[in-house]
Design a protein around this ligand. Sequence first.
Ligand code: SPD
Length: 342
Amino acid sequence: MLKTSLSLMLLAIILIGCGSKDEAVLNVYNWSDYIDPTVVSDFEKEYHVKVVYDTFASNEELLAKLEGGAQGYDVIFPSDYMVAIMMEENLLAPIDASQVPNIKGIDPKFINSPYDPHSAFSVPFTYGTSGLGYNYDEIGEELDSWGAIWDPRFKGRILLLDDMREVFGIAYKYLGYSVNNIDPARLEEAKQLLMDQKVNLLKYESTMNKDLMLTREALISHYWAGDMYQVIDEDSSFAFTIPKEGAVLFTDCMAVPAAAPHKELAHKFINYILRPDIAGRIVNEVWYAMPIPAAMEYVDKEISSDPNIFPPDDVLARCEFLTDLGDFNQVMDRAWTELKMK
Ligand code: SPD
């Protein structure tokens, strides 16, 4: 009898052990509309884990979460300049390349980038630009300049991203300055220009842009290319342009927070995302380029041949990556607060 009870207890312990192993959890914190959900569910099946998925709307929101002591995230998706800031603040764990063999499939142009010179803390996920999405059918003409956001015809119908660096990036590009300008006089000039734009502004927004365009409330949206293509895919009245003055170019990355509770599983997830077939499915769903040449055979021709999604060299040449502004970040942050308050 005692023997039977002990055996049952042992069995229960083993089962509980297996249960908790089966329920290993990976906490992913990504931008919204930035993955094929079936890719996540397939990862759960393949690795017998649960993925808890949460989203953010800007790099600054992601940074504030980590600086605020958020402990739970295992894989995060900061952009280039934000990787540099997070490295500086010791918020990231090193990437163990031996656990991510698919890194070898990444286009070498995206390795050892200025924001992470030894590719020690980040793995490139996607790249692309921001630009102008607009209702071509309603406007009746093509737009090709950031100047459109000051055009009085579009009063109250324009969305600008709720994103400090992207919005000052527009004004800087329109004025012919670098998006990484740290001259206070030029910042002031950009701020005034953006103040003048507010009469046309519906709102600063980064999450509801699709709905606001599809319901016709917004006519134009400053937006990231892939997200705008998700709108165009639903409603062909819309179009997207990378303005002639140039735009912000970004590489969004995958990284593991220093405090991540499941680092080994995080590496497995990153490696899985880099698999060419998986990357191809993501590109087809989100309309953003991934720097994985072997994934191209899985990407729809309509996407791989679109110069707004895979921008050619002449377009890239007029675009610019954001870099960490150091102490000037706070100066810009004050100007941004003033802009949003008035
Ligand atoms: N829906 C995903 C949007 C990702 C945009 N990347 C951000 C670039 C920031 N400069």
